[in-house]
Unconditional design. Structure first.
Length: 372
């Protein structure tokens, strides 16, 4: 794959209302507390990590995210494809409308394609494309954007991803016993008890040139569906291992060249087990530095491929990554110490979706000040 640059980016999440703020808070160890909701299934409290940016409608939040990337008066976008990646769609707004109307009408719902079409018309993009592949949605958005740029169909692509706080997601994940009763988000801990969901709005502009403030180069990646199960991937890690190897192959690099692996790390039993096994198949016991970001953001579902990638890349530009407090007990060899890596480190980022869609990205960060 011919590399493409992540030229400009934006993030509003539980750690901060901007990418810079979120990365700074991550490095400072400022763990978000979130809000508490009641899980109806068992009448117990659960935590949700809300984004910290200004409140508003979904349209307003998405427009702010786009403006942060493109500027309030962007250049013509007739050479730029818009890719919208999400699992939440307009569910949060539909739930609020249903409460107001005391009922639901099918015509109230806005499809993801319609939402993307409206953004396309409002901002003047050349075309719009949508993706909903569970937790790999945004990661697949990056891969598709790079592929369409490489095929000369578009000069640029803007990937926009979001996850909103909806009752159906909170209650649904809770009913599946996937959310943490303790409120402690501890992927790969022997006593992990589930995930915390999180809200996020993220965007990035992809192009062949570095631009004025590049965050990274996307060197390669791979995505595939494990059809062995309707809901998850093989716990022996074989499919995850294969996806990571194919991603490395597409980028023309080896596993030994990777400086850091950003793990998917949901803290659910089967997913952590599968990823642990996949990592051991790829590396044995001698692994590069390992990073976890969901404890800081929550699991942002369809947005995590972008929210976590952007946060990691910006944090590497600013300083050492935080260690894992329970490193000595974890299923994988984490470090409890600060991890000092160069901003231009080679990264493998994993995203494994509900339904067995698995994706890995190969990224190389850019130091602050790098430009074309």
């Amino acid at each position: 794959m011919t590399p493409v640059y992540l030229q400009r980016s934006a993030l509003d999440c539980a750690l901060g209302a901007s990418l810079e703020e979120a990365a700074s808070n991550l490095l400072a160890g400022q763990q978000p507390q979130g809000d508490v909701f009641k899980l109806h299934e068992v009448q117990e409290p659960r935590r949700y990590l809300n984004a910290t940016g200004p409140a508003g409608s979904l349209d307003e939040r998405l427009d702010r995210c786009l403006a942060a990337v493109l500027g309030p008066q962007p250049q013509a976008l007739d050479d730029c494809l818009l890719i919208v990646a999400s699992t939440s769609l307009d569910i949060s707004e539909l739930e609020a409308l249903t409460r107001t109307q005391q009922g639901f009408a099918p015509g109230d719902s806005t499809s993801l394609d319609l939402l993307a079409s409206q953004l396309c018309q409002r901002w003047g993009f050349a075309a719009a494309f949508t993706l909903n592949t569970a937790c790999t949605s945004a990661a697949n958005g990056l891969l598709y954007g790079a592929r369409l740029i490489n095929s000369d169909q578009y000069a640029r692509a803007l990937v926009l991803s979001f996850e909103t706080p909806s009752a159906i997601a909170m209650q649904g994940f809770g009913a599946l016993m996937l959310t943490s009763p303790s409120g402690q988000y501890r992927p790969f801990h022997p006593e992990r008890d589930g995930l915390l969901l999180g809200e996020a709005y993220a965007a990035v502009l992809l192009g062949r040139e570095a631009g004025d403030a590049p965050l990274a180069r996307l060197l390669g990646g791979f995505s595939a569906c494990d059809t062995s199960s309707l809901t998850t991937t093989r716990e022996d890690g074989s499919h995850i291992h294969w996806v990571m190897r194919q991603a490395l192959k597409s980028a023309g690099c080896s596993a030994e060249q990777i400086d850091l692996v950003k793990l998917h790390g949901t803290a659910t039993s089967a997913n952590d087990e599968a990823e642990s096994n996949g990592m051991r198949l790829l590396y044995g016991e001698q692994m590069p530095a390992l990073s976890l970001l969901k404890p800081w953001l929550g699991h942002t579902l369809g947005a995590c491929g972008l929210s976590e990638s952007l946060l990691l890349l910006k944090a590497l530009q600013l300083g050492p990554l935080p260690g894992v407090s329970y490193a000595s007990e974890a299923l994988l060899p984490f470090s409890a110490e600060l991890q000092r890596l160069a901003a231009d480190s080679l990264l493998l980022a994993n995203f494994f979706g509900f339904g067995g869609n698995n994706a890995s990205l190969i990224l190389q960060g850019c130091a602050q000040g790098d430009s074309a």
